[in-house]
Design a protein around this ligand. Structure first.
Ligand code: ACO
Length: 429
């Protein structure tokens, strides 16, 4: 039986349908609200607004649950490869052997980047942030590779993006260091290839370590999708104007860059480094985070959806311990991070505000351990998030209810006034 909520305003009662998702989440369908009442809703930051129906990722922020296409993140991180998870997100099902082989062939065939694109890297100022470069390069792919439409052709565009984003990221790093670019190899897996392109050198061959590959794969899997977050909503919104996939993803990369979103992994390491280098007492750090007059926030803490421990953080924290032990690294930042977490989760401010460490609190320590430079941390996040962005973009393109995204507003500016000729205007003091 369909359910409704009643909205009573002045002398009128309106009935709005209730929509229930497959995990029992309820939403009030307000798509006819303005037509019925002349009113719109106002929800700054969209904290109470569902922008779409989606069958890709399920998150329960109160119970700390994350599933891709129904599969728990814990199981995927333990048993799957990033390549397989990318396939799952984009196609809806885990691939069988034939499907994964075909996907791997596509990724291999489309892993090279047009040689003419290399010269662009040299034109950016040396100090450019890799996220700005990545966003520009992803958009530029449209000029070098035809945008293919239709089911089968779209698979090629998707493979191009997933494969080339990794080549572009490694290329950008090598060129920024003035080193020879390393090309992808057909005998290496997705993650092995990335590590080899980043760290192999003619004078110091890179030895691929299975545990490092596993750490990278888990990092990418944990970042692969997170339903309607800031960058994913950007991809969907930009795509709603029916712009091509490359441009939509490029917009997602830019949105991810911010320190309140994907840029938090870099911000956490900078914060922890500052604490260690300047010997800042942790009590002082927490008291600054509590102080409303101070813009400082404890980076890597808090989340719009998770009001309990982020399930990804638990996996990432274990990975930190595992990879640091394996590589025989003692990182003082990990000691500080653990101590900070311990006192923060017992602090009344953090308890009252439901603030727990998010994935970014520990992810940077894993990336540091495997040799990724700090300014590339958010690029790593983007490589991981790409399959999610693509899956969400594809879903939106196939959605029969999908329309151009165009929110409304409540106007608060001046009411009608008459134009004043320039000589009659008041001088500015
Ligand atoms: N440190 C101190 N106080 C915090 C923090 C924090 N990290 N996060 C939230 N708060 C407080 C706010 O000051 C606010 O307090 P008030 O209600 O007393 O005024 C309250 O908690 C709610 O904060 P909002 O900003 O309204 O919460 P929102 O859901 O919009 O923000 C966000 C979530 C942006 C992630 C926030 O927790 C934050 O800034 N965290 C630090 C940055 C970070 O780690 N970002 C990565 C998020 S995960 C991701 O995108 C990959």
């Amino acid at each position: 039986m369909s359910e409704h909520v009643k909205l009573i305003w002045r002398d009128n009662t309106y009935e709005l349908p209730v929509i229930t998702g497959s995990e029992g989440e309820r939403a009030i369908d307000i798509s006819k609200l303005r037509q019925m009442t002349g009113m719109i809703t106002l929800d700054s930051g969209f904290a109470n607004t569902g922008s779409c129906k989606s069958a890709i990722t399920f998150m329960d922020g109160e119970r700390g649950i994350l599933r891709y296409r129904g599969y728990p993140i814990e199981e995927l991180a333990e048993h799957s490869s990033f390549r397989e998870v990318a396939y799952l997100l984009i196609n809806g099902e885990l691939p069988n052997r034939k499907q994964i082989t075909r996907f791997s062939v596509l990724l291999n065939d489309h892993s090279l980047v047009h040689e003419d694109m290399r010269s662009f890297f040299g034109s950016f100022p040396r100090a450019s942030h890799p996220m700005g470069i990545l966003s520009s390069m992803v958009n530029t792919l449209k000029s070098f590779y035809p945008y293919l439409e239709g089911e089968e052709e779209l698979n090629i565009t998707v493979a191009r993006l997933i494969s080339k984003i990794r080549t572009l990221a490694a290329m950008s790093y090598k060129i920024s260091k003035g080193h020879t670019v390393v090309y992808p190899r057909p005998d290496l897996s997705y993650c092995e290839n990335f590590l080899n392109m980043m760290f192999n050198s003619p004078v110091r061959p890179y030895e691929i370590d299975a545990d490092v590959v596993q750490a990278l794969s888990v990092f990418l899997i944990l970042h692969a999708d997170h339903e309607q977050n800031c960058s994913t909503s950007t991809v969907r919104m930009v795509g709603s104007g029916r712009v091509n996939l490359y441009a939509s993803i490029s917009a997602g990369v830019s949105a991810l860059w911010g320190p309140l979103h994907g840029g938090a992994n870099q911000a956490v390491i900078e914060m922890l480094t500052n604490i260690v280098e300047n010997n800042i007492p942790l009590k002082e750090v927490l008291s600054r985070a509590r102080d409303k007059a101070d813009p400082f926030r404890l980076m890597g803490f808090g989340h719009r959806v998770y009001k309990t421990y982020d399930p990804r953080t638990r996996i990432m924290k274990k990975m930190c311990d595992r990879i640091l032990t394996k590589l025989n690294i003692h990182d003082p930042l990990l000691d500080v991070a653990k101590e900070l977490e311990e006192i923060a989760v017992r602090d009344s401010y953090f308890i009252d505000h439901n603030l727990y460490p998010n994935i970014d609190f520990y992810s940077g320590i894993v990336l540091r351990a495997i040799g990724i430079p700090t300014n590339m941390f958010t690029v790593m996040f983007a490589i991981g998030r790409l399959p999610g962005w693509i899956a969400q973009w594809k879903e939106s393109m196939d959605d029969p209810e999908w329309r151009l995204n165009r929110p409304r507003q409540v106007y608060t500016g001046p009411t009608l006034r008459q134009y004043i000729p320039i000589d009659n205007r008041q001088p500015v003091c």
